[in-house]
Design a protein around this ligand. Structure first.
Ligand code: EPZ
Length: 422
């Protein structure tokens, strides 16, 4: 397994290009199943999760071709020859569950493996299933698989989510585009990735209103056409790289970044004394001398502070002046980066969903272990500012969500290299 070695090297300066959003692309790709015509996605990120989704769609009989070094995905599912999403693929990536709604809507039947849990939590899919049942689906759980049928097709219905869930909103939104009649999603997730999905589905001929608000109304249509759609910028990659100059000092412009994708995050950076400036080409973050101020953070569904930036923000708070309280309200086990940061000298007390961080002057490099995607990048950020060398092991987690991380960071002056396991 590869590892990455980071050596603290002072302030960072320059520009980092932000890629298309992993979490938008992973729901845009299954949308191809809703139409027999080609769907082309531009600004696609080059990530291992995208390769996994490609493999899954190909296993169903869809065609997925990567062009322009993977930045353009040409998808077509005019002839599906398999409606079973196999455990071997689904267990690698939970987003695989997002083929369930489209398959059911298109052909009235699907068999999809339950994804199982992951490092950050149990992550059930009960709300995905309840949403589809509200649209007339008949579901049966057998040997770890969901056997779904919709004889006569899905029917429009009212789906009231008891809690905000991104994936279940996406599954229901895609399924509703081909259901007979009107579907209303209440307490729907408002993430930019859902807005991006709705815009793509509309390009395909879907009739959708209200995306980005807690209530989305979909008028089912008989069929959808093909389309070409640019994947929205990745706000989590954006926030991650904005934290690099915040932790190390210097000035970095994140190209393609948009303030409206990260208002709650930018407000916390501002409170910590980090200036964020909108430029023509993206967002610029500059930090002068003097320590960052400790601030409190509570994660929440969009437009709140993103849970996917909690680990990275904790890395910043480890060297802030004062004490910061971070509340993780979305997932039950998302502080696995804390013990690793403590190996680098951080002072963190974790009690359930609350982590209290007392800032120290400087962290010290150490060998650390990546445990999940966002935890792994928070260790890289900590290593950028630490004294000496940090070796982050098991970086396959990192490659799921960050393309060319060594190249992007060394491009602004970081000392970072990948050590390939022989
Ligand atoms: C999406 O996961 C993202 N993944 C996650 O990003 C992100 O952390 C999460 O949304 C929250 O923003 C993708 O988009 C591929 P949820 P998802 O359904 O859809 C509970 C990353 O690092 N829940 O909004 O799985 C669930 O357990 C990843 O890129 C149920 O109880 O998240 C969690 O506590 C990590 N039953 C909460 O809801 C359900 O049926 C929010 O989950 C579904 C969810």
């Amino acid at each position: 397994m590869d590892s990455i070695i980071v050596t603290g090297n002072g302030p960072l300066n320059g520009q980092i290009p932000i890629a298309g959003a992993k979490n938008a692309c992973l729901t845009l790709m299954p949308a191809t199943l809703l139409s027999e015509e080609p769907l082309t996605l531009t600004n696609a990120p080059r990530l291992s999760d995208i390769k996994t989704m490609t493999t899954l769609l190909q296993s169903l009989g869809a065609e997925v071709t990567q062009m322009q070094a993977g930045q353009v995905l040409a998808l077509s599912s005019h002839a599906l020859d398999n409606h079973v999403a196999d455990y071997d693929i689904v267990r690698k990536m939970r987003a695989s569950i997002l083929v369930l709604g489209p398959l059911l809507a298109r052909d009235g039947h699907a068999v999809v493996s339950l994804p199982g849990g992951c490092a950050i939590g149990a992550r059930p899919v009960d709300l995905h299933l309840k949403a589809l049942e509200s649209m007339g689906a008949e579901l049966e759980l057998r040997e770890g698989y969901v056997h779904a049928r919709a004889p006569g097709g899905l029917k429009g219905g009212v789906v009231e989510f008891p809690m905000v869930t991104v994936g279940a909103t996406e599954n229901a939104l895609m399924a509703a585009t081909l259901a007979k009649g009107t579907t209303v999603l209440k307490n729907a997730a408002r993430e930019p990735e859902i807005v991006d999905l709705a815009q793509c589905l509309r390009r395909m001929g879907a009739q959708i209103e209200g995306e980005g608000t807690p209530e989305i109304t979909i008028q089912g249509v008989d069929r959808l056409n093909g389309a070409t759609h640019p994947v929205v910028a990745d706000r989590i990659e954006l926030g991650t790289y904005m934290l690099a100059p915040a932790i190390c000092g210097g000035s970095v412009e994140c190209l393609g970044g948009r303030m409206d994708l990260l208002e709650a995050f930018c407000e916390r950076l501002d409170a910590a004394g980090i200036a964020v400036e909108e430029t023509e080409r993206g967002l610029k973050v500059a930090r002068g001398n003097g320590r960052v101020k400790a601030v409190n953070v509570t994660t929440a569904p969009f437009p709140g502070f993103p849970t996917d930036l909690q680990a990275q923000m904790m890395a910043l708070m480890c060297t802030a002046e004062g004490t910061s309280v971070l509340e993780e309200r979305i997932f039950e086990n998302r502080f696995m980066h804390a013990p690793e940061l403590m190996r680098m000298g951080a002072k963190i007390d974790v009690q359930g969903g609350t982590a209290t961080v007392t800032g120290v002057e400087r962290l010290k490099g150490a060998p650390v272990m990546a445990t999940d995607l966002r935890a792994s990048v928070s260790l890289i950020l900590a290593g950028l500012a630490a004294e000496g060398e940090t070796q982050v092991n098991r970086v396959y987690h990192l490659d799921r969500g960050y393309e060319r991380v060594e190249e992007k960071l060394s491009g602004v002056g970081a000392r970072i290299e990948r050590v390939r396991e022989t």
